[in-house]
Design a protein around this ligand. Sequence first.
Ligand code: TRP
Length: 328
Amino acid sequence: MASTHTIVSGMRPTGPLHLGHYFGVLKNWTALQEEHHCYFFVADWHALTSEYAYPKSIQPFAHELVIDWISGGLDPNKCTFFQQSAIKEHAELNLILSMITPLGWLERNPTYKEVKQELVAKDLNTFGFLGYPVLMSADILMYQATMVPVGQDQLPHLELCREIARRFNGLYGHFFPEPRSQLTQAPKTPGLDGRKMSKSYGNSIFLMEDPAELKTKIMSMLTDTARQRLKDPGSPENCNLFPYLQLLDPNSDFQEIRRGCTRAERGCVECKKLLLTQMDSFLESMRRIRLDLEKHPDTVRDILKQGTERARRQAVLNMERIREMIAF
Ligand code: TRP
């Protein structure tokens, strides 16, 4: 029997979730909630590291994020949802861990360097941003997590977390397990234009996408650009649409579609219509849950509040032990 893990993972509330988040992260979380003790949290302090100039934008997204989670299949009865900034113990553990984290570890972090180069519009030359992985380590170690499901870009942070845990254990006695990462099997979700799906590229399909908008987006997608007319044979491998059909129906080999496309018998509009139908029914079940939750904002608030209380109890307990270990 597979062993039960304590799992911690978070998302920054910086906007609505899109299919990239769903297939890359959320779908994986929904599977994990069946077997493990899961804490999933709104990383609003982490959002602040890059959004500090617009802090008011963060909290509305926190509420939306929980709606996205539940409509995407997370069950608050199976896992604990919480809000990072509501549990001040995270800040305290962050502080303690910062004392034992060498600057060099943080400065060498490849994700730190990459994001800083990418987001040139924001001044990320701050203490808080450099310390991003320390706060993340506090989130994880607080609950003595053994497994952390994350995307590829977060792996350097997790490696740092393990090093920090090792250092703490070496200095003060063993308390933290070294959490291992769990990467999603799913391939990267392409955006509507074939690049990686990202809010900043404007190439996303959101979980909360409305049907009319969805139709516009799908019908204007580029297919195989080398195929100018219906008479030209196409190639599914060079089509932006095809990976989506595969994502929505992973067990099909698409024999018929491949044949029709490569023999110039099947037109792209046909594929677009098929994708629209499938995508629409895929999003429809989420829409129904969302609509219900939007009518009852108190339900969402209560779920987050109850989860936060549950998580806080654990955090308070563990912080007491951590303080004892450093004789404070
Ligand atoms: N850095 C993560 C992201 O941007 C969010 C995050 C914050 C997180 N703390 C975490 C993920 C702890 C896993 C564990 O996706």
